[in-house]
Design a protein around this ligand. Structure first.
Ligand SMILES: Cc1cc2nc3c(=O)[nH]c(=O)nc-3n(C[C@H](O)[C@H](O)[C@H](O)COP(=O)(O)O)c2cc1C
Length: 362
């Protein structure tokens, strides 16, 4: 305990899970007399760096996106000042579920390993990392969980996070994230694929429906400033990380994940991509089985997917001005279904997302 005089926590959170975890950690640290600073790294702006003279312990909390740390957190950590043997710990929130009475975990992939490695390269000492299976916010895939289930997952996870913090503060090293390492390494190629291209595809599946009254909340709240007004409608740029904050915070429930449109984009991309790959193979007389062609064809495919999706999304954005197109897009979206609940812990509980750009307590 005497080791550290202050605790700095940096977090990013789409729907409040990593935020709640950060405050639980801060609460435990305060109980033990540490000066505590909790900072949200939205837009990577106005962030106070640790005071090295105050023997800081530094924590990072973030959601798992595509079996990896949220890209904005990776960028933050990559740009973090070099350490001189300072102690750090990591906490990734994952997609927790509950089936009858069984709590089901999410999957980390390289979400802990990669940031821990970067921090080690920067001269930090990682004294602990662990995943926390808070309610899944991946509304693209499934409806939000029921309130009762959310509450039960939360009360379990609060105990886990507090216990983890107490252990860390007592000087114990906790590498709970290593428990699932065989599975995590097995799925790590997917995390690279997602980082290279998957997130750009998902960035282009959001639309604002007729209920949008241009209140601007989504634009103001977006942690990566990825939403702008184009033709008087919100438009999602490629920098969107699909954190789900906009979709879950919109007071009018006007933001949808357009599944039908996404499938159409995918079909068009696959058809065009197959033609291009075949054309290159035939023109240059390439053996499709060679390893180097496998790498190049994947790079072409990911690049093509991003480009084609971005162009189609731009066209669709204007086409949405036409009523039948708007209706077709909306009614082929699963998020319009009445039972497709949104998920936003920040909004419903005690951690209003907009209120804390920086919150320093002592
Ligand atoms: C685009 C996207 C990708 C996700 N990928 C994963 C994943 O690979 N593994 C996992 O366990 N959970 C995944 N999730 C679920 C979130 O990590 C999880 O719900 C997290 O607790 C959300 O935290 P937040 O509310 O702080 O944003 C994903 C969610 C989104 C929106």
């Amino acid at each position: 305990m005497e080791k550290w005089k202050s605790l700095y926590i940096y977090f990013i959170s789409g729907t409040g899970n990593a935020k709640a975890s950060s405050y639980w950690i801060a609460d435990e640290a305060q109980k033990q007399g540490l000066k505590t600073s909790v900072q949200q790294i939205d837009r990577l702006e106005n962030i106070e760096m640790p005071d090295r003279e105050s023997s800081p312990l530094i924590g990072f909390a973030f959601p798992t996106h595509g079996f990896n740390a949220a890209p904005i957190m990776l960028r933050f950590i990559a740009g973090f000042p070099r350490g001189m043997g300072h102690d750090v710990f990591l906490l990734n929130t994952r997609a927790g579920m509950k089936l009858y009475k069984i709590f089901l975990p999410g999957m980390s992939g390289v979400a802990l390993l990669l940031p821990a490695f970067i921090l080690w390269l920067k001269g930090y000492r990682c004294i602990g990392f662990r995943p926390v299976d808070l309610p899944s916010n991946w509304i693209w895939l499934h409806p939000g969980l029921r309130t009762k289930v959310i509450e039960s997952i939360f009360s379990r996870c609060e105990k886990i996070v507090r216990k983890f913090t107490r252990k860390i503060l007592s000087g114990e090293k906790v590498y709970r994230g290593l428990f699932s390492i065989p599975v995590d390494l097995l799925i790590s190629p997917i995390s690279l694929g997602y980082y290279a291209g998957g997130r750009f595809f998902l960035a282009k599946t959001f639309i604002a429906n007729n209920k949008c009254n241009n209140c601007g909340i989504c634009i103001k709240e977006c942690p990566t400033s990825s939403i702008k007004l184009v033709n008087k409608r919100p438009y999602w740029r490629l920098t969107c990380e699909s954190c789900m904050r906009c979709l879950n915070q919109c007071p009018e429930k006007a933001i949808e994940s357009a599944h039908g449109m996404a499938i159409a984009f995918w079909i068009i991309f696959t058809a065009v991509n197959t033609e291009i790959i075949l054309l290159i193979i035939n023109t240059l007389n390439i053996s499709p089985k060679s390893w180097w062609w496998w790498i190049i064809s994947n790079i072409i495919s990911i690049g093509g997917m991003v480009l084609i999706t971005a162009v189609l999304y731009y066209i669709m954005h204007y086409a949405m001005g036409i009523k039948p197109v708007r209706y077709l897009v909306r009614f082929t979206s699963l998020t319009t279904l009445p039972f497709w609940r949104r998920y936003n812990y920040s909004k419903e509980k005690k951690y209003p997302l907009s209120s804390t750009k920086r919150n320093t307590t002592s």
